[in-house]
Design a protein around this ligand. Structure first.
Ligand SMILES: [Zn+2]
Length: 435
C-alpha cells in the first residue's frame, strides 16, 4: 500500500469551511462518479445525441452507483458542445429529454446527492448562433495546421470530440441538428491525448467572458437551481481557452481594460493584462455565486481548477487565479488527470509518460495547495487508465473531502470492482452514509 500524503500541511485555509461544507453534504466523505450524457457509452471522445436520447438508462446507472457505494453523482448538464440536458426555456436541448430531472428523481429514491457540472465559456452551439460573442484573436497564428488572423473569432476545430453519423441520416441533415459540425473527417486514432477520436470534426468556440454570453449562462444557472433539487452547482471551463495567449482582444474587452487600467496599459501582455483576465473570470464566479445563493442558500457552488505551472499557464493562459476563485465559490475542484497523458494500458512507454505526469501533478499540488482559500475536492480519471493507476491517483489526491471520478462510461469492470473495495476498505462505509 502506498504511503498516505499528509495534505493538511500543504493547505492553508480556514478548516471551519471544510467542516461546514461536509455538514451541508451530510456525509463525512464525498465519493462521486461523474457522467457526461452526450459523450456516448465508451470514452469521452464522441459527441452522441442519439445515445443520450434513446439509450441512456438512468435507473440502471443509479442502481450501479448505489451498488458500488457512491454517495454523490456528478452530471455534466452542459458540455462543451453547449447542449443543456434539462427542461430548458433558455438553452438548447437536442436530446428531447429532461435527463437532469430523471437523475434527480432517481437520486432521491436512492439517497445519492446530485452535483451538476456546467461548462461555461466553451460553447460550440452558442459560438455558431452568436459569432459576435466568440473571443477574438489579438495576433496572427496557426492551430492544427490552420492559419487565423488578428481580429478573427476563435472558433476552431475541436481537439478531442468527434461525431459519427447516425444510421440512415445524411450529413447535411445532421448538420442542421448540429450546426457546428464540419464536413472534415478524422480517420486515425492516436495515443496522445489530443488524437484519440475519429469521425466528423465539430468546431469549438470559447466565448468572450465580457459578452452577453455571461448573461445567457446566468439565465441557465437560475433555471437549474430554481427547478431541480441539486446539492451542488459547479462551473467547468470557467476560464479562457488555454491553447492561446492572445484572447480575448474584442472591442468590449479592450475598452474595459483601458478604462480600468489606463490607456497606456499594454494589451495581451504585462501584469495589468493578466490581472484583467483573472478579474474577468472572478467576476463571472461572483455573479454565479450570487445567483445560486439567492435562489437556494444550501446549494453549494464550485469551480474546476486547471492544474499546472502558475504564471505561464493558469494565470496567463486560463485567467484562473486560484485564490480569487476559491475565495468566492465553495469548493475548488482541481482536475488531476495525469494518466490521460499516457497509460500503461497502451504499453511500457506510455506508462512511463503517465508516471512522469503523475509525479509532476503531485509536486505541482504540493507547491500550490496553499493558494486555495477553501475546501478542495479533486476529480481524477477512471477512464483510459489501468486499475493500478486509477487507485494510485485516488489515494494520492484525496485532499480531505473524498474523491470524484471521471467518468461512468469507459470505466472497466475490473475498475468498478476496485472502486467498491476502495469504498469499503479505504473510505469506510460509516463515512459515506448521510446522517
Ligand atoms: Zn472579449
Amino acid at each position: 500500500m502506498q504511503k498516505q500524503i499528509e495534505w493538511s500541511k500543504y493547505f492553508n485555509f480556514d478548516q471551519e469551511k471544510k467542516i461546514k461544507l461536509l455538514k451541508s453534504v451530510g456525509a463525512k466523505k464525498i465519493y462521486a462518479m461523474a457522467l457526461m450524457p452526450i459523450r456516448g457509452p465508451h470514452g469521452f471522445r464522441k459527441l452522441d445525441y442519439e445515445f443520450a436520447e434513446k439509450k441512456l438508462e438512468v435507473n440502471e446507472i443509479m442502481n450501479r452507483l448505489e451498488d458500488y457505494l457512491f454517495n454523490v453523482f456528478g452530471l455534466v448538464i452542459k458540455d462543451t458542445d453547449g447542449a443543456c440536458v434539462w427542461d430548458t426555456e433558455v438553452g438548447w436541448n437536442p436530446t428531447n429529454r429532461d435527463i437532469l430531472g430523471e437523475f434527480c428523481d432517481a437520486g432521491k429514491e436512492r439517497n445519492i446527492q446530485i452535483m451538476v457540472a456546467f461548462t461555461s465559456m466553451n460553447d460550440a452551439y452558442q459560438g455558431s448562433l452568436h459569432p459576435e460573442r466568440v473571443s477574438i484573436h489579438g495576433r496572427n497564428g496557426e492551430k492544427l495546421g490552420k492559419k487565423y488572423k488578428k481580429g478573427d473569432i476563435s472558433t476552431h476545430n475541436a481537439y478531442e470530440m468527434r461525431v459519427d453519423l447516425p444510421e440512415g441520416i445524411a450529413f447535411e441533415d445532421y448538420q442542421k441538428k448540429i450546426p457546428f459540425l464540419t464536413s472534415e473527417i478524422d480517420l486515425k486514432i492516436g495515443k496522445s491525448r489530443d488524437s484519440r477520436g475519429s469521425g466528423y470534426i465539430p468546431t469549438e468556440s470559447f466565448m468572450c467572458p465580457n459578452s452577453n454570453h455571461i448573461d445567457y449562462l446566468i439565465g441557465l444557472t437560475r433555471e437549474v437551481v430554481k427547478n431541480y433539487p441539486i446539492k451542488a452547482f459547479t462551473a467547468d471551463y470557467i476560464r479562457y481557452d488555454g491553447h492561446f495567449t492572445d484572447l480575448c482582444a474584442c472591442s468590449r474587452c479592450v475598452t474595459k481594460f483601458k478604462e480600468n487600467y489606463g490607456h497606456k496599459s499594454k494589451l495581451l501582455k504585462g501584469k495589468e493584462w493578466y490581472e484583467f483576465k483573472t478579474d474577468t473570470i472572478a467576476s463571472y464566479a461572483q455573479k454565479l455565486q450570487k445567483t445560486v445563493k439567492n435562489i437556494d442558500n444550501t446549494c453549494l457552488t464550485g469551480w474546476y481548477s486547471q492544474v499546472g505551472p502558475k504564471n505561464l499557464v493558469t494565470i496567463k493562459r486560463h485567467g484562473q487565479d486560484w485564490s480569487k476563485l476559491s475565495s468566492i465559490l465553495d469548493i475548488s475542484i482541481p482536475m488531476e488527470y495525469p494518466y490521460l497523458g499516457g497509460t500503461r494500458d497502451d504499453g511500457f512507454f506510455w506508462g512511463k509518460v503517465g508516471d512522469f505526469f503523475f509525479w509532476y501533478f503531485l509536486r505541482n499540488m504540493k507547491k500550490r495547495a496553499h493558494e486555495y482559500k477553501g475546501p478542495v475536492l479533486a476529480v481524477t480519471n477512471s477512464v483510459e487508465c489501468s486499475v493500478k493507476e486509477m487507485l494510485k491517483q485516488m489515494r494520492s489526491f484525496d485532499f480531505g473531502l473524498g474523491i470524484a471520478l471521471f467518468k461512468y462510461f469507459g470505466t472497466t469492470e475490473d475498475q468498478w470492482r476496485a472502486l467498491k473495495e476502495y469504498a469499503e476498505n479505504e473510505i469506510g462505509l460509516e463515512n459515506l452514509i448521510f446522517s
